[in-house]
Write a protein that binds this ligand. Structure first.
Ligand SMILES: CC(=O)N[C@H](C=O)[C@@H](O)[C@H](O)[C@H](O)COP(=O)(O)O
Ligand SMILES: C=C(OP(=O)(O)O)C(=O)O
Length: 352
């Protein structure tokens, strides 16, 4: 089966389709709809394929006690975790507004449903695909319900084991063929030694019939570009207007110039992956005609002499002649003309 499917209307992923680049706005909008819109515009201007938010129905995602936990972090927007999350949560109407705004700009819009009710809402507003955040990847009841809705799914793998990912694969596959796994380590910012890009290759071996991608929380863009060279078909990165802003994710996010560079570098790497066929290309012809080497005679030889290896050399010659990889085929053959030192040997100068 081909590891390729339509993730958004008219946009396929996997196979030889371009890597799908998700600008994860998440909660970096600071709870301000105008900042959110500015970020959508920025993502579009930088060439991202899609913007993504995080939608929670807080009382469904968290227990009462979890919401009541004090949250004293410098990144907190409230005294309790509930008050903090409430500040960062957009209403249904605001989501619809952001969706319309994105549609008018011409960029795909979606969100991770951070609980079943949020996924239900996203289904109602007809997002092109569901993002499953790492915290829900082992939430099998959630996965079953979400997979049954029939939309493509992008499933992250932070905090999970390969055994769990096998189980996730079986669970989703039963109901929905169109999903992708993203290698992800859930630490903010992510230290380079914990990225583990090798997992992309392991996922490709374990799950050959789905596209594999990467959701990164490291600083900078080089690791995400390397993920594409390893075959990542989706790349998701948090984006921000300013890394210094208050909020847990800003430091591990890309500013506009970085997002723009990421998109352009990914496109360059994709183009450069090219063909698996090794052969001399037409674009190498001028280099070859200037510097390519040929078999020549080291010293004068007379017509009728049998060629030995010590008579032959390899040089940049004019005209070009027999390529050096065939030098041994000449040994033992008779030369049919007189030749001077440095003369190129061509096929018509030796007997068959
Ligand atoms: C695992 C997960 O959901 N991670 C998300 C996606 O990467 C993050 O954006 C969190 O929502 C964020 O780091 C939480 O920050 P705080 O706890 O300050 O609201
Ligand atoms: C947490 C999320 O993503 P990831 O697990 O890929 O970081 C998310 O999409 O909300």
């Amino acid at each position: 089966m081909s590891a390729e499917f339509e993730l958004c209307p008219g946009r396929r992923i996997g196979g030889s389709n371009p890597c799908f680049i998700i600008a994860e706005i998440g909660q970096n909008h600071q709870g301000d709809i105008e900042i959110a819109k500015e970020m959508i515009r920025m993502a579009k201007d930088c060439g991202a394929d899609c913007v993504k938010f995080q939608k929670s129905e807080l009382e469904h995602r968290f227990t009462k006690r979890a919401l009541a936990r004090p949250y004293n972090s410098p990144h907190s927007w409230g005294n309790t975790y509930g008050a903090h999350k409430c500040h960062l949560e957009f209403s249904h109407e605001q989501y619809k507004d952001l969706q319309t705004f994105s549609r008018e700009l011409g960029i795909f819009f979606t969100a991770s449903g951070m609980d079943e009710m949020a996924a239900e809402f996203l289904h109602e507003i007809n997002v092109p695909f569901f993002k499953v955040a790492s915290a829900d990847t082992s939430n099998i009841p959630y996965l079953e319900k979400t997979a049954k809705k029939g939309r493509p799914m992008v499933i992250s793998s932070g905090m999970q084991s390969m055994e769990t990912m096998r189980c996730v694969y079986q669970t989703v596959k039963k109901h929905n063929p169109n999903f992708t796994f993203l290698q992800c380590t859930s630490a903010y910012p992510l230290a380079t030694e914990h990225v583990n890009l090798h997992i992309i290759t392991e996922f490709q071996k374990e799950f050959p019939d789905i596209p594999i991608g990467y959701s990164g929380h490291e600083a900078g863009i080089s690791v995400s570009i390397a993920a594409v060279a390893l075959g990542a078909k989706v790349v998701e990165r948090h984006v921000t207007l300013d890394k210094r802003w208050k909020g847990s994710d800003h430091a591990a996010s890309l500013e506009p110039a970085e997002l723009k560079a990421l998109v352009s570098e990914i496109r360059t790497v994709e183009l450069s992956m090219g063909s698996p066929l090794k052969q001399m290309l037409p674009c190498e012809a001028s280099c070859h005609s200037k510097l390519g080497k040929s078999v020549v005679v080291r010293r004068a030889v007379q017509k009728g002499m049998e060629l030995t290896l010590d008579m032959l050399g390899v040089k940049v010659a004019e005209p070009q002649g027999i390529p050096p990889q065939y030098i041994f085929r000449l040994v033992g053959k008779k030369i049919t003309v007189d030749a001077e030192e440095d003369d190129t040997i061509t096929n018509d100068m030796v007997e068959d």
